[in-house]
Structure formats: structure tokens, C-alpha cells
Unconditional design. Structure first.
Length: 334
């Protein structure tokens, strides 16, 4: 974890949920983490990831709850390690995921996660049985996804996600939950390529010991650091036309880094330059189809496709439907 790693104050507010009616205990854990209480009133503020990691551990210890009081039952300290030790010998990622969801269900009462496979897509659906908050759902999925990515030794891109709650006031949602993102849905779920379920685990008992020593820090840097280098590169690409996109060398010069150093930092945050370019192209496509009257050909051009037919093929691979059908669905015509 580096000092420039940071998280939105939204996550600090969520982490303190279980102590909300106990100002003295809130003050104590904030002081232990080195976080100024005044920051809690500024929704634009950011907190060093290292400080947030200390806060997470302090609150978990204070409440004896690794789910930070976001559930009516919670996870007593040691629960996460117990789940991890049970799944580390799984044959593949799919088996580990099922074990993880089952393990969480032993402790968490208000949210139940289930896995299903729909064609080429794996779906984790949340059954919110206790009116759990948006922060609870995000924390649940962050734990599951963080663990999966660590077990696989790579980032697992989210193809589609939807949440029951309204859009929360924080960071770069498109980079975090994928570009095909909806809020105020009938239920919360995320979808990714089912092929990842057959991946072997690249971790073992020895690496698990190190992982348990460094979590939640690893999860925070990987999944809550929404102003990191990956986010900056995403925004640089998103805010200029495709034909003017900077190269990796351009970005390295802009950030005062070597190309190798830039690649390493992106990898540390769970990205490659190509993955970020692909995410931006998909984001452009989804946003234009939902919110504009541009023709399919114009959208294809903006997203960097030389031919509309290539865009059609790619979009169908992403979503299982044509761009026209997707547009009709989200613009209220289907």
C-alpha cells in the first residue's frame, strides 16, 4: 500500500455504521486510525487507504464483527480466515466461489449470495432478506470479488451489474462495477464471464497466510482505491475522442514514470492498459445507447470500431443481445 492510495469518505462513513449511536467509540477508532473526524462532513473528501485499513481493523475489533455492523448478525473475528482456509483447496474458482458464498451464509443473515450460470455468463445474485443497506451489499460483493481475484491471481472484469439502491455518492462506478451498470433495480446482482469459474487456484496454504495478514489492505487498494492510476488513465481515455487517445508512452511521460513503472502500478491495481482501453470503449457504447439518439454507426465510431458490423458482433458478445435491442430496453421501448 502506498501513501497515494486513497478511498472516498463514503467508505469511512459506511465502516462506522455499527457505531453510529456511540460517538465516544467513533472518536476512539478514528483517532486510532489517524482520521480527522471533520472529514466525515465532506462527501468529496478522501482518506489514505492505509488509514482506512486501520479503521476497518479497529471497528472489526471494537464490534467483534468483520462485517462492520452492516448485518443484523455479523461475522465474529476469525470468520473470514475460517472461510478462506476452507476454500483454499478447491479444485477451481467456481468451487471456491460456492464455498465462499456458503461460508458467508453461515454468518450473515440479511444478505444471501447465490451463483448461477446463464449461458456464457456467471451471475452472483444477492437476496436482501433484511433490508440491508447499499454499503452492506457493496461490502459483501467487495469481499467476494476480492477473494476471487486473489485466488485466480488476476482481475475478473464485471460485464454487468445492477443494484436495488440508488446510485451512491462516490467514485468511478464504471471502473469498479463495469460499464453496464444499473441502479434502482428489482434486485442486486453482478455478471462475469463463466469461463473464469473453471480457472485453477494459483494460491496455496502458504500464500493464504500472507493474504490474511494483509487483508483488508489488499481489498482496499484493489477495489476501493477509485482515484488510483487506473482511474486516472480511464478518465484520460474517456474524456477524449478515440482517435486522440494517448499511448502508453504518452501517459508515462505525463505521470513522470517509465513505461515499465506505469505498467507495474496498473498491474498492482488490477489492470492492464489494454483492459482499461476496452473498459472505456464499452462505457462509451453503453452510455450512448442509453442516453443518446446517435445512430449505431456513430456509436460504433465513437467507441473505436471501424465498422458497425464489428461493433454489433462485439456488443452481442458482451451482452448476448444486439445494440438495438439494448437501446430499446433502456430507452423504454421494449
Amino acid at each position: 500500500m502506498q501513501e497515494k492510495d486513497s478511498v472516498a469518505v463514503y467508505f469511512v462513513q459506511a465502516a462506522l455504521h455499527g457505531l453510529a449511536e456511540q460517538p465516544q467509540r467513533v472518536a476512539a477508532v478514528l483517532a486510532e486510525a489517524g482520521i480527522d473526524a471533520q472529514l466525515l462532513t465532506d462527501n468529496t473528501a478522501r482518506v489514505a487507504a492505509s488509514a482506512f485499513a486501520k479503521l476497518w481493523l479497529a471497528v472489526a475489533r471494537e464490534l467483534n464483527d468483520e462485517f462492520l455492523g452492516l448485518d443484523s448478525h455479523g461475522m465474529p473475528q476469525g470468520s473470514f480466515a475460517l472461510i478462506c482456509r476452507g476454500l483454499i483447496h478447491s479444485a477451481n474458482l467456481g468451487q471456491a466461489l460456492k464455498f465462499c458464498l456458503g461460508g458467508l451464509d453461515l454468518f450473515i443473515r440479511d444478505i444471501r449470495g447465490s451463483l448461477s450460470v446463464r449461458g456464457k455468463h456467471a451471475v452472483i445474485r444477492l437476496d436482501n432478506r433484511g433490508q440491508a443497506s447499499s454499503a452492506a451489499e457493496e461490502t459483501y460483493l467487495t469481499i467476494v470479488l476480492g477473494l476471487l481475484c486473489w485466488l485466480a491471481g488476476r482481475r475478473i472484469p464485471i460485464n454487468r451489474s445492477q443494484f436495488v439502491h440508488p446510485r451512491p455518492p462516490h467514485g468511478d462506478d464504471h471502473l469498479f462495477w463495469g460499464p453496464n451498470l444499473s441502479f434502482e433495480a428489482s434486485h442486486s446482482e453482478i455478471e462475469f464471464d463463466a469461463g473464469y469459474l473453471s480457472l485453477p487456484l494459483v494460491q496455496d496454504q502458504a500464500s493464504l497466510k500472507q493474504f490474511l495478514r494483509t487483508s483488508p489492505q489488499w481489498l482496499i487498494v484493489r477495489f476501493s482505491n477509485r482515484q488510483g492510476l487506473g482511474s486516472q488513465v480511464f478518465k484520460a481515455l474517456r474524456h477524449c475522442r478515440y482517435e486522440h487517445w494517448p499511448t502508453l508512452a504518452d501517459l508515462a511521460r505525463e505521470h513522470g514514470m517509465s513505461i515499465a513503472s506505469l505498467r507495474r502500478q496498473l498491474q498492482r491495481e488490477g489492470f492492464s492498459f489494454q483492459e482499461l482501453k476496452d473498459e472505456v470503449r464499452r462505457t462509451i457504447a453503453f452510455e450512448c445507447l442509453r442516453n443518446s439518439q446517435l445512430s449505431i454507426g456513430e456509436i460504433a465510431e465513437r467507441a473505436g470500431f471501424q465498422e458497425a458490423s464489428a461493433f454489433h458482433r462485439a456488443f452481442k458478445q458482451w451482452t448476448g443481445q444486439s445494440p438495438g435491442h439494448y437501446r430499446a430496453k433502456y430507452q423504454g421501448k421494449g
